[in-house]
Design a protein around this ligand. Structure first.
Ligand code: NAD
Length: 484
């Protein structure tokens, strides 16, 4: 049993666990079986108001913002240690909630979350300003100050990591936080509330309100006590969030949808590229904003690569997330499974050829879908242009480098992209021309907290991670001292 005392199922406000004011609760489903595993409180506007007030009081009291960066950093290092010490329980919760394979939870979610808190711990004690040279007889310097109360709204697919990508920099900079996790996957957020407290984060500094987007999310977004909104989610909801926050002149970071292209040139090391291609579209059952669901292949190797994929993809282990050998688990919810089914049906209507997969996997009543490869779709088909968010790969040929870049940049999204080539000059040339926040060369999903990521176009704006992350969680104040 974990040494951390948590009470999943209740809201965490001002350092205390409490029921929703109206007693409302909602069910949490195990996607590998379709059964209810627990219930959690469903926050209403009054609960959100209480959470924002708690965060405001904690900010104004200076229990966190008044600490030195080094003291805050020390506590954030402790958070990273506690994540590692409680890896088994955190991985179990994340796997149960999202349907992620347990081995993936350990290797990716837990490992990255701990690394991320370490990264932000280091940033906390390197927050600095600058002395500016001016012709005035004055000492002019800048300092970074926290913004106040941060509303963190996160999606269902990487609950632990994406919460940390907001809570980490917010705390490093001295802000307080109200976190609203995704309706479907709230468990690790509640566990982390207990763990942050155990690490020494004072009461009221991090508050967690579970609930729906239209009620709890919207109330949080609109609350006048919130100073900044950090949102990760779909482009459709992101537009609403950005418009609402914009009306109130609140700064926002928008990490939105993606539909990345993976470009394979004729000079690529195909054996290596195949691993990157498969990882790019099956990782997290395709529920990966930075996944690579669009494969663009140079015509001379198109047929060969399609043949390799037709042989290899059906062999990817799909199954019970509790089995350490499983690589692909179920979709996180039934609605996501239905969406994938609809898109594959649409692909058939749009003239697509199903190379492999193309159907559900009937297993234990869970929400499984077989990894699917589709060829022969035109570039303007909806299945190519829209974000499917499932284990589905479309494959298109190209004849020239220019055409490859044009196809890659042809969707409204711009989060990630990949180039598989052994030609060094081509790798840099093409990376320069791709409209994406991050480009991977000769692999996929190489992520580290030192490396900033975020989107362009409909994939959003603002950057998470890297030292750049702190720009979104601080304001710069200039102080000019007369020396007369
Ligand atoms: P979603 O947009 O449906 O929900 C995201 C969050 O917004 C949830 O917490 C939800 O409850 C909340 N929400 C919904 N309606 C709201 C409202 N009216 N006001 C305030 N909050 C509201 O997204 P999802 O289905 O949970 O996640 C999948 C999407 O997230 C995909 O589009 C994916 O690409 C994107 N995503 C992006 C990144 C990134 O870094 N760019 C990372 C992960 C996921």
């Amino acid at each position: 049993m974990s040494p951390i005392e948590i009470e999943p199922g209740r809201l965490f406000v001002g350092g205390r666990w409490r029921e929703a004011a109206d007693g409302a609760r909602t069910e949490v489903i195990d996607p590998s079986r379709g059964t209810v595993v627990t219930t959690v409180a469903e926050a209403g506007a009054a609960d959100v108001d209480a959470a924002v007030r708690a965060a405001r009081e904690a900010f104004d009291a200076g229990t966190w913002s008044g600490l030195s960066g080094r003291e805050r950093g020390r506590i954030l290092y402790r958070v990273a240690e506690l994540i590692r010490e409680n890896a088994d329980e955190l991985a179990r919760l994340e796997s149960l909630d999202v349907g992620k394979p347990i081995s993936l939870c350990h290797a990716v979610d837990i490992t990255n979350a701990a690394n991320d808190y370490e990264h932000f711990a280091a940033l906390a004690h390197s927050l600095d300003g600058a002395v500016r040279d001016t012709p005035m007889n004055a000492l002019a310097y800048t300092k970074r100050e926290p913004l106040g109360v941060v509303a963190a709204i996160t999606p269902f697919n990487f609950p632990l990591i994406l919460a940390g990508s907001k809570i980490g920099p917010a705390l490093a900079a001295g802000n307080t936080v109200v976190h609203k996790p995704a309706d479907e996957t709230p468990l690790s957020a509640l566990y982390m509330a207990g763990l942050l407290r155990k690490a020494g984060v004072p009461d009221g500094v991090v508050n967690v309100v579970t609930g729906t987007g239209p009620v709890a999310g919207d109330a949080l977004l609109r609350h006048r006590g919130v100073d900044k909104v950090a949102f990760t989610g779909s482009t459709a909801i992101g537009r609403h969030v950005a418009a609402t926050a914009g009306e109130a002149l609140k700064p926002v970071t928008m990490e939105l949808g993606g539909n990345a292209a993976n470009l394979v040139f004729e000079d690529a090391d195909l054996e290596k590229a195949v691993g990157a291609i498969i990882k790019a579209f099956v990782f997290n059952t395709g529920q990966f904003c930075m996944g690579g669901p669009r494969l663009l292949v140079a015509r001379p190797v198109y047929a060969t690569l399609l043949g390799i994929l037709a042989d290899a993809v059906p062999g990817v282990p799909v199954g019970d997330p509790r089995d350490p050998g499983t690589v692909v688990g179920p979709m996180a919810g039934e609605k996501h499974l239905k969406k994938v089914e609809e898109y594959v049906e649409l692909a058939r209507k749009e003239g697509g050829r199903i190379v492999c997969g193309g159907e559900r996997l009937d297993l234990d009543g869970g929400f499984y879908y077989k990894p699917t490869v589709i060829a022969d779709l035109s570039n303007d088909s909806r299945v190519v242009q829209e974000e499917i968010f499932g284990p589905v790969l479309t494959v298109q040929p190209f004849d020239t480098e220019d055409e490859a870049v044009e196809l890659a940049n042809s969707t409204p999204y711009g989060l990630a992209s990949g180039v598989q080539t052994t030609n060094l000059a081509r790798a840099h040339r093409v990376a320069d021309r791709l409209q994406a926040g991050i480009v991977w060369v000769n692999d996929w999903a190489m992520l580290d907290p030192a490396v900033p990521f975020g989107g362009v176009k409909d994939s959003g704006y603002g950057r998470e991670y890297g030292p750049e992350a702190l720009d979104a969680y601080t304001k710069v104040k200039s102080v000019v001292v007369s020396l007369d």
